[in-house]
Design a protein around this ligand. Structure first.
Ligand code: FAD
Length: 465
């Protein structure tokens, strides 16, 4: 049996590694079981640098763990979107209106390695690689683990288990049926347990714009580039060293779709027709296209996220979301801050902290899941419509006039720490106000700001975040 206060974390991904640092800092004995090899000792496949957008919620959690000074060195600011239209013209749309309102591109691998280093620097944390959890007996508190280095399987007990094992989580898949099978006297959540995974009918493929011959960037680095094409889109985020990671989001079937891009010729012709300026920037397009995997996207929702004081889910294991709001990692990091805040508040009484963590996070996870799905339509389609841009301009003007009552929804999600569920609720009211104000108008100066004043004071309260 492990020592008291010992914690087993399934998964050394972004959430598991960060939480281990925070728990280690509080004196817990932490072991992480990670099925993959140690990425710090393996070389990355050529051209496969995957990046993520980091924003306020993730930054706040990293600051809480004392890691932000190190993480800063990995970041590239992105001040807004650059839209690439079909005729080759480009247009910059700012994300926020204050200098600090930027999001940051960061390499997933570099960030994960930094978190693993930080975890192992805290002496009570140990990471065991190539250890895959195959099954969990929650009654007996035991794990069936495959050692992928030698192929042997063994059983080990755990005292507390944290599921940070991503969207396909074995911890979640064990927890939900177990809770359902408990009698009401054993578990108060027995009637509420459920799990759903909804796959999007669009997949994604990562490609690369390499650096220019002199090692510089071929397109503006301090922006997120989007080629919106209605039903699908291409995006590009900058990497350190001059390259960009490019991602194509496209339906699985239909015309055009991943199913129809089935030859070098079809891929080149599709890019020639839809993304001619990007085609010039991706020299190995068709080779990359067929070499790189086609990824799936989906939303996972489940309840509950914990059992007794023994098991809890964080990150994608509890709430995988589609990537179109750039919030999956940020929300996962926010789980870590919230769990730690509640543990600290309750003197590390896990039986009190876990139900509160779950009650606080579930509505927020559902809200960001919905907003992320909505944002796909915004990114691939609405963003290039004049009415979207007018709404955005008027939203910024209202924020300037009423900074404590009107913060655009995108800003509430990306630049503030307001709970996602509040951002969603307030965002719906803002949207109906904006619709009323812009209907029949095409320029910000045509807006009736007396009406705006009336609507804002009657419908929106002061925002406290
Ligand atoms: P993961 O990062 O998936 O880590 C889970 C870990 O558990 C892995 O290391 C895995 O090997 C391990 N594991 C799994 N099963 C087992 C097992 N049985 N035994 C042992 N170990 C196991 N989020 C953002 O905030 N901003 C973005 O811009 C953004 N862009 C994205 C773009 C794409 C294309 C995708 C797919 C996602 C994006 N996300 C983004 C979401 C983000 O990647 C996830 O939300 C984040 O990785 C979740 O972290 P996690 O630690 O919960 O899960």
């Amino acid at each position: 049996m492990e020592r008291p206060n010992s914690i087993t974390i399934a998964g050394a991904g972004l959430a598991g590694a960060l939480l281990s640092v925070m728990l280690g800092q509080r004196g817990y004995q932490v072991r992480i079981l990670e099925r993959r090899p140690d990425m710090r000792r393996s070389t990355v496949q050529a051209g496969r640098s995957i990046n993520l957008a980091l924003s306020s919620r993730g930054i706040h959690a990293l600051q809480q763990a004392g890691l932000m000074d190190q993480v800063k060195k990995l970041l590239i600011p992105m001040r807004g979107r650059i839209l690439h239209h079909l005729d080759g013209s480009t247009q910059f749309l700012s994300y926020g209106q204050r200098p600090e309102e930027v999001i940051y591109s960061v390499s997933r691998r570099d960030l994960n390695m930094l978190l693993m280093d930080a975890a192992e620097l805290a002496p009570p944390v140990n990471v065991f690689f190539e250890q895959k959890i195959d099954a969990i007996d929650l009654q007996q508190r035991s794990l069936q683990i495959s050692d992928l280095t030698d192929g042997y399987s063994r059983q080990e007990s755990y005292e507390r288990l944290i599921g940070a094992d991503g969207a396909g989580s074995i911890v979640r898949r064990s927890l939900i049926p177990f809770v359902r099978g408990q009698s009401p006297s054993e578990s108060s959540e027995s009637s509420e347990s459920s799990e759903s995974s909804e796959l999007l009918d669009h997949d994604y493929k990562e490609l690369e714009i390499p650096p220019s011959a002199d090692g510089g960037y071929r397109i503006e680095p301090e922006a997120l580039h989007i080629w919106p094409r209605g039903d699908y889109m291409l995006i590009a985020l900058p990497n350190q060293g001059g390259s960009f990671t490019v991602t194509l989001f496209l339906p699985k079937t239909g015309q055009p779709s991943f199913a129809t891009l089935n030859s070098h010729q079809a891929v080149n012709a599709f890019f020639q027709q839809q993304f001619p300026d990007a085609l010039e920037l991706i020299p190995d397009l068709a080779d990359d296209f067929f070499r790189n995997p086609q990824g799936i996207l989906g939303t996972v929702r489940c309840q509950p996220w914990y059992y007794s004081d023994q098991v809890v889910l964080i990150g994608d294991a509890a709430h995988a979301v589609v990537p179109f709001h750039g919030q999956g990692m940020n929300a996962s990091f926010e789980d870590c801050s919230e769990l730690i805040r509640l543990l600290d508040q309750h003197g590390h009484a896990w039986d009190q902290a876990l139900p509160q963590y779950y009650q606080a996070r579930l509505p927020n996870a559902n809200a960001i899941a919905d907003m992320a799905l909505e944002n796909y339509t915004i990114m691939r389609d609405s963003v290039s419509q004049p009415q979207f841009q007018l709404k955005k301009d008027v939203g910024f003007e209202l924020e300037r006039r009423y900074p404590d009552r009107f913060i655009p929804r995108y800003s509430m999600v990306m630049f503030h720490l307001l709970p996602y569920a509040d951002a969603q609720r307030i965002g719906q009211i803002q949207d109906s106000i904006l619709e009323q104000l812009i209907t029949g108008k095409s320029q910000p100066h045509e807006i009736d700001y007396d009406l705006a004043d009336q609507l804002i004071h009657s419908q929106l309260e002061i925002i406290s975040s």
